[in-house]
Each structure stands twice: as structure tokens, then as C-alpha cells.
Design a protein around this ligand. Structure first.
Ligand SMILES: Cc1cc2nc3c(=O)[nH]c(=O)nc-3n(C[C@H](O)[C@H](O)[C@H](O)COP(=O)(O)O)c2cc1C
Length: 233
């Protein structure tokens, strides 16, 4: 598999989400290729709201940051996101990152390649908030058209991996190993889940019959999605 990892923070050794991601990566095969990005370094800017991307994403003022990440994502079979819970949601830099990909939501111009990829979202909290944090990223995965999204949420009762209780670490390890086995087993001939297909059909209807944006209409038409073709096989 080819894998892109987007780490939600630059923390490594002391980070719970980073260490859990490493545990997952350890379960992969030797020939798997991993490309890593750390936020906010890999996308240091907030979206300016210029909306140029909705016409042509290469006009994004942050294209120099966007492009290498997008290339890695397009070449990957699996995307991994890590995000510690910050005040019940994703850290600001993760939101800023996701905002830059709004143009490829199915409401606009989704990439065909996304419909055969899997994603894993790893989030930890001290006590609670992983659900809303994971959902903050999962919404983007579903609307990007990512075929299947898996999630790992864990409460560390700590702000530092080194002080996480050993029993808890073992519990996390078992859970992430099981997820790794599932993701590997399902990595061949990946098809979108029901929710992603449903979103596709709802948005297809809107693009086809409401034509809110002529650019989006033309884009969807150019792939034949408004007729019989689908972005999955
Ligand atoms: C700014 C900030 C906000 C946080 N907000 C929450 C929160 O809302 N709920 C919670 O349970 N933990 C919260 N935490 C704790 C972290 O989510 C928790 O320690 C997590 O495991 C850190 O992951 P990391 O080690 O990968 O950075 C917060 C930590 C920080 C720094």
C-alpha cells in the first residue's frame, strides 16, 4: 500500500496520537511506502476565503503547500490523520488544512481517485471529545468521496504519552492492531460505503437538476457522472 500520514501536530515522542499512529505503521508490510506531513508546517496558512479554488484549485494562494500534499494523497491507497482533541474539536491547524480542500467536496468538484481510497482517523483526548473531533475530519473524508473511513478514539487520561498508564497502552495497541488487520484485508478492490454512495447520488441530483454552479455542472458532466458513469468501478 501507499500511505499518506497527516499528523495534526508537530509533537512526536511525547504525543499519544503520534505513538498510536506509529503502532499502526509497525503493523504494515515492509514494501508499503509512507509519506508524512506535519501540521501546521506543511500547511501553515489559514484559508483566505478567496474562493478561487472552486473555479481552479491551482489558483489557491497556498498552492505551493497544497500541491505536494495533494500529489501524495492522489498516489496513496490509505490516508491517515492524527488529531488530539483541543477543546472538543480538531486543533486549529487541522481545520485550516481541511478548509483548503473544500473545493473537492462532492458539493463542488470531487476527485475520481478518492472513491477507491481508505482513510484512518486517530484521535486522543485526556477525558472526552474524540467523537466530535473525529467527526470533524470524517465529514471531509465522506464528502471527498473517500470510500471507507476507519476511526480510532482513545482517552489517555494524560497530556503526555510517557505518563499514559501501561494497561491503557496495551488496550490501545490491541485496538490499533485489529484496525490494521481490517484495513489491510480490505485494501484490495475498495468500493465506497453506503453513506458515500448516498452522498454522491444526492449531490449528483442537485448538480444535474439545480445547476447552482455552471462550473460544477460542467465538471460532473465531463466525467459522465450525470449520465451512467460513476467514479467507482
Ligand atoms: C489546547 C488543548 C485543549 C485540549 N482540550 C481537551 C478537551 O477538550 N478534552 C479532553 O479530554 N482533552 C483535551 N486536551 C488534552 C489532549 O486532547 C490529550 O492530552 C491528547 O491525548 C493529546 O494528544 P497528543 O499527545 O497527541 O498531543 C487538550 C489539550 C490541549 C493542549
Amino acid at each position: 500500500m501507499k500511505i499518506t500520514v497527516i499528523y495534526g501536530t508537530p509533537r512526536k515522542k511525547n504525543s499519544s496520537t503520534y505513538n498510536i499512529a506509529q503502532q499502526f505503521i509497525k503493523c504494515l508490510d515492509d514494501e508499503d511506502v509512507i509519506t508524512e506531513f506535519f501540521l501546521p508546517t506543511s500547511m501553515p496558512n489559514f484559508c483566505r476565503g478567496c474562493s478561487k479554488c472552486f473555479i481552479d484549485y491551482t489558483d489557491c494562494p497556498d498552492y505551493e503547500y497544497l500541491n505536494p500534499i495533494l500529489e501524495a494523497i492522489m498516489n496513496s491507497d490509505l490516508l491517515i490523520f492524527t488529531a488530539p482533541v483541543y477543546v472538543y474539536h480538531v486543533p486549529g491547524q487541522v481545520k485550516a488544512f481541511l478548509d483548503h480542500f473544500g473545493y473537492q467536496w462532492m458539493a463542488h468538484q470531487p476527485r475520481q481517485e478518492m472513491f477507491s481510497k481508505q482513510a484512518l482517523i486517530i484521535s486522543t483526548a485526556a477525558g472526552s471529545g474524540t467523537r466530535s473531533t473525529i467527526n470533524g475530519i470524517k465529514d471531509s473524508m465522506n464528502f471527498w468521496g473517500i470510500a471507507r473511513t476507519y476511526t480510532f478514539g482513545g482517552n489517555t487520561h494524560s497530556v503526555d504519552w510517557n505518563s499514559v498508564d501501561e494497561k491503557r497502552k496495551i488496550k490501545f495497541e490491541k485496538k490499533i492492531n485489529k484496525l490494521a488487520r481490517t484495513i489491510k484485508a480490505k485494501s484490495v478492490n475498495v468500493k465506497p460505503c453506503f453513506k458515500v454512495k448516498l452522498l454522491f447520488y444526492v449531490l449528483r441530483f442537485i448538480h444535474k437538476y439545480f445547476r447552482f454552479s455552471e462550473d460544477n455542472f460542467k465538471y460532473w458532466k465531463s466525467f459522465g457522472w450525470l449520465n451512467r458513469k460513476r467514479p467507482w468501478k
